[in-house]
Design a protein around this ligand. Structure first.
Ligand code: FUB
Length: 343
């Protein structure tokens, strides 16, 4: 069971000795990095982990984050700049806690920051905030995005300028509680509990011209196996769990995501932003720490995988640190699997 073997670092060994890359940020804990190229630099929008003393559980209560910091770098491997706090839960009128994995986008001279948080009723929603600068500070909208739910927003802007939000996550991310279309507080704590039926899917919604609201009702993003069948709930090595990300390579759309309890970042390819997407393989093998969350960005002709592990905290699952490594494709456009501890 991968879950058991990767949950924590073994303090008797230096399990990070073979790490292929070193933490980008040591001043604070950071996780869930969403990277974008703005103003000729890479900007990274991570979660800001801290130790709130919450017990570790399957609901993710130990991920009790309350604010965000943004980072930039002129080159991969160069100096990383940290900016003043970009957003705090205290400045979001609708939010109560758990500022989880964020993302950002640019349109018409403004920068948009997207973040999940629990509302005052404890239901995850997705908020939008605006700034004139990529690093913020961002001013949050008074209400969450209408019809948004669950967590892990990722906004992809296609080459025609249209932006789409991908979102959702099971277990603590509550996606399974929306299976009927309405939030069911008594719904399963994990997934649909139907291993032989199609798994829950990430959601997509086109953004409207303001970038602050959806232009349509969210739809399922289908992920198919090699036979064209939807991946099943019991297929824990391949089915969607959380952390959707979309990038485009050679005209194809690559949907990548975390498999959660099997700790893989894997991907599927489609012909348009809505999919369907067909499963292709693993991008990143398990990191040390329970969660895995990534983004993929092109910068100066190379592709990079931003991801996290728990090296700075010595393996504490809720105290993570962002890393980056080069991502390569083969001649057929397949992503070459990365082992984070292969050195
Ligand atoms: O950081 C909190 C949650 O952990 C994220 O939203 C998930 O993707 C996982 O990394």
């Amino acid at each position: 069971n991968v879950a058991d073997s990767t949950a924590t670092a073994d303090s008797t060994k230096n399990e990070f000795a073979g790490a292929i890359s070193q933490p980008l940020i040591n001043s604070r804990y950071s996780a869930d990095p969403s990277a974008h190229v703005f103003e000729g630099k890479i900007f990274v929008y991570p979660s800001h982990d801290y130790d709130a003393g919450m017990p570790e559980n399957d609901n993710g209560d130990h991920f009790a984050m309350k604010d965000y910091y943004v980072y930039s770098m002129d080159s991969v491997g160069g100096k990383v700049t940290e900016y003043p706090m970009a957003l705090t839960v205290e400045d979001v009128p609708w939010a109560s806690k758990q500022m989880w994995a964020p993302d950002a986008a640019y349109k018409n001279g403004k920068y948009y920051f997207y973040f999940p948080a629990r509302d005052k009723e404890g239901i995850f929603r997705i908020g939008a905030a605006v700034s004139d600068k990529p690093q913020g500070p961002f001013k949050a909208q008074p209400q969450p995005i209408k019809n948004s739910f669950s967590m892990d927003p990722a906004v992809f802007t296609d080459t025609d300028g249209q932006s789409y939000m991908y979102f959702g996550g099971i277990w603590g991310g509550q996606l399974q509680k929306w299976a009927s279309g309405k939030f069911d507080p008594k719904g399963s704590a994990t997934d649909l509990e139907q291993d032989d039926k199609p798994a829950l899917l990430p959601k997509i919604a086109k953004m409207d011209g303001t970038m602050l609201e959806f232009a349509e009702e969210p739809k399922d993003v289908q992920i198919l196996d090699e036979k064209g069948q939807l991946l099943k709930g019991g297929d824990h090595d391949r089915r969607f769990f959380e952390a959707a990300w979309l990038h485009k390579y050679n005209g194809k759309y690559y949907l990548s995501y975390s498999t959660g309890d099997t700790h893989l970042i894997c991907y599927a390819i489609g012909d348009n932003p809505y999919g369907p997407f067909t499963y292709q393989g693993v991008i990143l093998k398990p990191v040390i720490g329970w969660t895995s969350h990534h983004s993929i960005v092109e910068f100066k002709g190379k592709w990079y995988l931003f991801y996290h592990d728990t090296q700075v905290s010595g393996g504490k699952t809720h105290l993570r640190n962002v890393k980056v490594t080069e991502l390569k494709y083969d001649a057929d456009g397949k992503i070459i699997t990365i082992d984070p501890y292969a050195n």
